[in-house]
Ligand binder design. Structure first.
Ligand SMILES: [Zn+2]
Length: 248
């Protein structure tokens, strides 16, 4: 039988390529094992054991995990079933903007049953939201209320520029005070095109919302005075994913 040189060459190539190709198993053994998805949820005991300071620390850590691309792997259906069967015991309440780029559960790396969320353009309180927060804290036991503004907020921009549109006009009137303070502090007329003014107005709006909630709600202010609840503010940076936490 005549065997061509070409056939031998091909056979040899196949032999050596098989022999020299690293096997998959050793690589798999050296790779870190994938973490099991989180299936558990907060229960009453775990919620009660948390202090407001610990909850705030966890929200800050969750935002850091988001920034690092290190989000917790969760089994959402397992968490849905657990909370449906056992109830909800969220640790925090977040009031944020409707902006599609600021989804609270994602940017704080939280699962099902972890946080109450209210959203409205410009993260401003009203009686319905304050009532919801009173339920979330006094009845349902959450330990932190976070008012979350964000950079380049369209609601604050619109208010600064005097935008009028249907029911939006009344909503934007809610931002008059923080806009006036930011204008006075920066020495410029309100305008969405002035970055320094806009950034300050967004922060002032968060501070205003916190002050208004404490003024409007005896339930919430009493819990704060008793050390049962923290009401804090932050501004989420659309570009970096980081939350700039505001003091007082
Ligand atoms: Zn916004």
């Amino acid at each position: 039988m005549k065997v061509s040189t070409a056939s031998l060459w091909i056979a040899a190539s196949v032999f050596f390529s098989l022999g020299c190709t690293p096997r998959a198993e050793p690589l798999a053994e050296t790779a870190p094992p994938a973490p099991a998805p989180v299936r558990t949820v907060l229960d009453a005991t775990a919620q009660q054991a948390l202090t407001p300071e610990q909850v705030l620390t966890e929200l800050k850590a969750g935002n850091q995990r988001f920034v690092d691309g290190n989000l917790t792997h969760r089994d959402y259906m397992a968490q849905a079933e657990a909370t449906a069967a056992g109830g909800q015991f969220p640790k925090a309440t977040i009031l944020g903007c409707v902006d599609s780029r600021v989804p609270p559960e994602i940017i704080f790396d939280q699962g099902i049953g972890d946080v109450f969320v209210g959203r409205v353009a410009g993260n401003v309180e009203d009686v319905n939201l304050v009532g919801s927060m009173e339920f979330a804290t006094k009845v349902a036991g959450s330990k932190v209320i976070l008012i979350l503004g964000h950079t380049a907020c369209g609601a604050i921009k619109g208010a600064a520029d005097g935008v009028e549109l249907g029911n939006l006009t009344e909503l934007l009137n809610d931002f008059d005070e923080p806009i006036a303070r930011a204008s006075e502090a920066t020495g410029v007329e309100p305008s969405s095109s002035n970055q320094e003014f806009l950034d300050l107005a967004i922060k002032e709006n968060v501070r205003q919302t916190i002050a208004d909630i404490l003024e409007q709600s005896a339930v919430i202010s009493e819990m704060v005075a008793n050390g049962e609840l923290l009401v804090v503010g932050g501004v989420y940076d659309l570009a970096t994913g980081r939350v700039d936490w505001l003091d007082g």
